[in-house]
Design a protein around this ligand. Structure first.
Ligand SMILES: [Zn+2]
Length: 404
């Protein structure tokens, strides 16, 4: 029986299933080995699309307390991301000369420190207390909280912002109307809110099913965002595509007294041409994921037949979704490497594969490494030139399954 799921943006009940990835553990819940053997909670994972406003969204929400208690994502452990943050900050300082900057989900201060270092007044909002502490130590003023309309009202007298930044958080907040209402409250009349998130047109087109995990509630397109913004008298005035996290979309949002430029009209036309506002656009996505799973399965059968040892690279949420959907476990993959020391020594959720430091690729020399962080393929293949020269191969699963 198909459940009725109400759209979290427009409240319509006409939603259609796009993909069902089965019951999965929380993708960022890296387990300490002492919990091995205890039952791990699993929740249904899948997405639907609203046929009224075309918002793509997760089927089942997980309470935020469960999500954030073990949160260990530190932005500063990806070099590409750190470089990206510095470049963005320099550009925004130049372009907007902000008087006061607020960043939502400011993490360890990876972005705001580039404003703090220039003595620009700022405030970071970060729900994880341990991560906020790291930010404060870098001189980044940080408040431990979730962003909401209520928080915006509490902050507006002291922290009304002419620049609001929100990278990879907008799509994670279930009450999206409340989030946009908060932007409306906190943004000055001439201000800009700049937000980045994975672009769902790219995800659907390239079969990037591992972009889906419980914390990632929405999968945004311009088609679905414009009515959401309009509902709160806000407008997307510019759009840009960036190569981060697969391919991301960066939107500039202002009060609706401001006009949109030609980048918005051009992306809107492109989405119309692709049929983003029709069910046809979404219908091959699930079968694409099945093809990837069966090709990966074939590859692993071959590795086993040849007696080859396999590791994986990248203990991120997308890796967890990928491994759990493909049914790969510690029987198939000896270990996963990751640069973050906060993840090393823990186990991947669901699959229980141990997480080790990147040096172990060289030390243990598995014949093949499944690249779960395929979105950083260039950076990682460059860093692992030694492993490859010694005969190691990477299995890159998305957008096409290939060995490199
Ligand atoms: Zn809707």
């Amino acid at each position: 029986m198909i459940r009725e799921i109400q759209c979290r943006s427009c409240a319509s009940c006409s939603t259609e299933e796009v993909i069902n990835l089965g019951e999965q553990p929380l993708a960022n819940n890296f387990l300490s080995p002492e919990f091995l053997g205890l039952p791990e909670r699993r929740f249904p994972l899948g997405i639907v699309v609203c046929t009224e406003c075309w918002m793509l969204q997760i089927t089942d929400l997980v309470p935020p307390v469960d999500l954030f208690s073990q949160y260990v994502y530190f932005s500063s452990y990806s070099e590409a991301w750190v470089v990206h943050a510095a470049a963005c900050a320099a550009r925004y300082r130049e372009e907007f000369s902000p008087g006061h900057v607020v960043e939502i989900a400011s993490n360890d201060g990876y972005l705001l420190r580039h404003f703090a270092d220039h003595d620009i007044s700022h405030l970071g909002i970060e729900p994880a207390a341990n991560i906020a502490k790291v930010a404060r130590a870098k001189g980044v003023e940080t408040r431990v909280d979730f962003f909401s309309e209520k928080l915006a009202r509490d902050l507006v007298s002291e922290h009304s912002a002419d620049l609001i930044l929100a990278n990879n958080v907008f799509a994670h907040v279930p009450d999206t109307n409340n989030f946009v209402a908060g932007l409306k409250v906190l943004l000055t009349a001439d201000g800009h809110a700049v937000m980045e998130f994975p672009y769902a047109v790219e995800m659907i087109g390239q079969g990037e099913f591992d972009t889906i995990y419980h914390e990632h509630v929405f999968y945004f397109t311009l088609t679905s965002l414009e009515p959401l913004m309009a509902r709160h008298q806000m407008r997307i005035t510019r759009v840009e595509r960036t190569p981060m996290h697969g391919e991301s979309l960066r939107i500039f949002v202002r009060h609706d007294s401001h006009r949109a430029d030609e980048t918005v009209a051009s992306l809107r036309e492109e989405e119309v041409r692709l049929g983003v506002g029709s069910t046809a656009f979404y219908q091959d996505f699930a079968s694409k994921a099945e093809v990837t799973r069966s090709q990966v399965d074939d590859q692993f059968r071959e590795f086993k037949a040849k007696g080859q040892r396999v590791a994986a690279y990248g203990a991120a949420a997308k890796g967890s979704t990928f491994l759990n959907f493909c049914g790969l476990t510690v029987e198939d993959i000896e270990f996963v490497v990751d640069r973050s020391p906060h993840k090393q020594g823990k186990l991947m959720p669901g699959t229980l594969i141990p997480i080790l430091s990147c040096e172990e690729l060289g030390n243990r020399a598995p014949e093949v490494t499944l690249l779960l962080a395929w979105n950083f393929a260039d950076e990682i293949l460059g860093q692992q030139a030694g492993y490859r020269e010694a005969g190691g191969k990477f299995l890159i699963p998305i957008p096409e399954v290939r060995l490199a």
